[in-house]
Design a protein around this ligand. Structure first.
Ligand code: ARG
Length: 471
């Protein structure tokens, strides 16, 4: 017998019942639904709709159900459509007819939204813990290699030397923004729809604010029509989760490249590497590839939810039932990806010598050299041109910019139409000055601005991150 069966004569068509059932998915809300019901029962008591013994019986019964859910002994009946109907029936089996008063002044519409918000709160709290875990792993790795230098790339071409720690801290910045976005979504989700009823508001004088406070919500929602059909909080969370996955996919992509022997920057621990069924030599970064690959699914979940909401009339529509599968799946994927990458970063083996060698290739210090010429009064555009000539000379000789002769620097300057360049060409200290500027250390030291890769700046950021993360 359906709870809503009174109006109907015929039995539900089995295919239609299968089609509408959400139990397999929303069973995940069981504990949240029970928490919402307990608060609702207390509210009914305060409003004089239940006697004290009735409140006690219902709360006791719901607490019993909670224990059954927790130890896995509650038997779910697929014929009962969803988790909410199951729990209401299980309550009646437990405490008798008084359970029929539970749904007073409540609709599944405000009930589902309440449960989902409670679920979201505890889930995003655990996501935050996982994000902190990965940040700690990144900071720990950076702290183990504070002086390691690597090539910074733009257009996937070598650009400038940067500290490896600086590169890792870039991900810490992204994760901090992700945490902020999720926290922001959580804050707006943290209001109570209970008392909104089906669409018009409960038909009893429920003290909604006290119930909201009992459930840890900031306040009650302000409009029952909006509350019953609002899933903005699902979209906001999914958007933050999807962007978080996009960030992890970028880290994953770098791990794939860096672990390629031609780069040889890092080696994933055995525990985080996979072999090939055919090629005995293979050592594959499948974990990183799957983080990258599963990001596609999470982006799809956000898109699906937006599309589900688009053009939906106000009030509850059954379409809204489709919000849970994407939210549950996407948060699970993010959580698992954060956890697995934490393990990868904690055990990552870094080859500092390979990083250093790569930073010495590709004329990465060219702009540092141009900047040094600017310090001697040469206009940047002229300096850019002069250094471009020097790169050509160095390339022709197969050496780095810091290995050029004083005469070679002077010749390139003398070619310039910048009057300051001609003057500098005859400076006897020129060779020593420019060679120092063209070293990797010289180039790093120049980037001494807030957010720059100069070692003292990176050390300060690393210390600040470690302090913030309690490590
Ligand atoms: N399982 C449904 C959901 O998650 C329950 C809501 C049904 N509400 C209704 N008015 N038929 O959305």
């Amino acid at each position: 017998m359906k709870t809503w069966g009174g109006r109907f004569e015929g039995q539900p068509d089995p295919a239609a019942a299968d089609f509408t059932r959400s139990l397999e998915i929303d069973v995940e809300l069981a504990l949240d639904d029970i928490a919402g019901s307990i608060a609702h029962v207390r509210g009914l008591g305060r409003a004089g709709l239940l006697t004290d013994p009735e409140v006690e019986a219902l709360v006791g019964g719901l607490e019993g159900l909670r224990a059954d859910v927790e130890d896995g002994s509650l038997e779910w009946d697929p014929a009962l459509e969803d988790v909410h109907m199951n729990l209401e029936f299980a309550l009646e089996a437990r405490v008798g007819p008084v359970a029929r008063k539970l749904h007073t002044g409540r609709s599944r519409n405000d009930q589902v939204s309440t449960g989902l918000r409670l679920w979201l709160r505890r889930t995003v709290d655990s996501l935050d813990d996982a994000a902190v875990g990965l940040e700690r792993a990144l900071v720990g790795l950076a702290a183990r290699h504070p002086d390691a230098v690597m090539p910074g790339h733009t257009h996937v071409q070598p650009a400038q030397p940067v500290l490896f720690a600086h590169h890792l801290l870039a991900y810490v910045e992204m994760l901090e923004r992700d945490r902020g976005r999720v926290a922001d979504a959580r804050r707006r989700a943290n209001v109570s729809p209970l008392g909104s009823g089906a669409i018009a508001g409960a038909g009893f004088p429920l003290d909604r604010e006290t119930t909201a406070a009992e459930l840890g919500f900031e306040s009650g929602t302000r409009n029952s029509i909006d509350a019953s059909g609002d899933r903005d909080f699902v979209v906001e969370t999914l958007a933050a989760v999807a962007l978080g996955m996009v960030h992890l996919s970028r880290l994953a992509e770098e791990l794939v490249w860096w672990s390629n022997p031609r780069f040889g920057f890092v080696r994933l621990a055995d525990a985080h590497s996979t072999g090939s069924s055919m090629l005995p030599n293979k050592r594959n970064p499948d974990v990183a590839e799957l983080v990258r690959g599963r990001t596609a699914d999470v982006i799809g979940r956000l898109t699906a939810t937006l599309a589900m909401l688009k053009g939906l009339p106000l009030g509850y529509q059954r379409d809204l039932q489709e919000d849970k599968a994407p939210l549950f799946a996407a948060t699970r994927t993010l959580r698992a990806s954060l956890d697995v990458l934490t393990g990868v970063m904690e055990s990552l083996v870094v080859d500092e010598a390979r990083l250093q060698a790569a930073a010495a290739e590709g004329y990465l210090t060219a702009v540092a050299l141009a900047d040094a010429l600017v310090e001697r009064g040469i206009a940047f555009r002229s300096a850019h041109h002069v250094v471009g000539r020097l790169v050509r000379v160095a390339e022709g000789r197969g050496v780095g910019l810091a290995a050029l002769e004083g005469a070679e620097y002077a010749a390139a300057l003398a070619e310039s139409d910048d009057p300051a360049a001609a003057k500098l060409a005859s400076d006897p200290e020129l060779g020593a000055f420019l060679r120092a500027a063209a070293t990797v250390d010289g180039a790093l030291a120049r980037c001494d601005v807030i957010g720059g890769t100069a070692p003292r700046r990176v050390q300060a950021e690393l210390a600040a991150a470690a302090e913030r993360l309690g490590i």
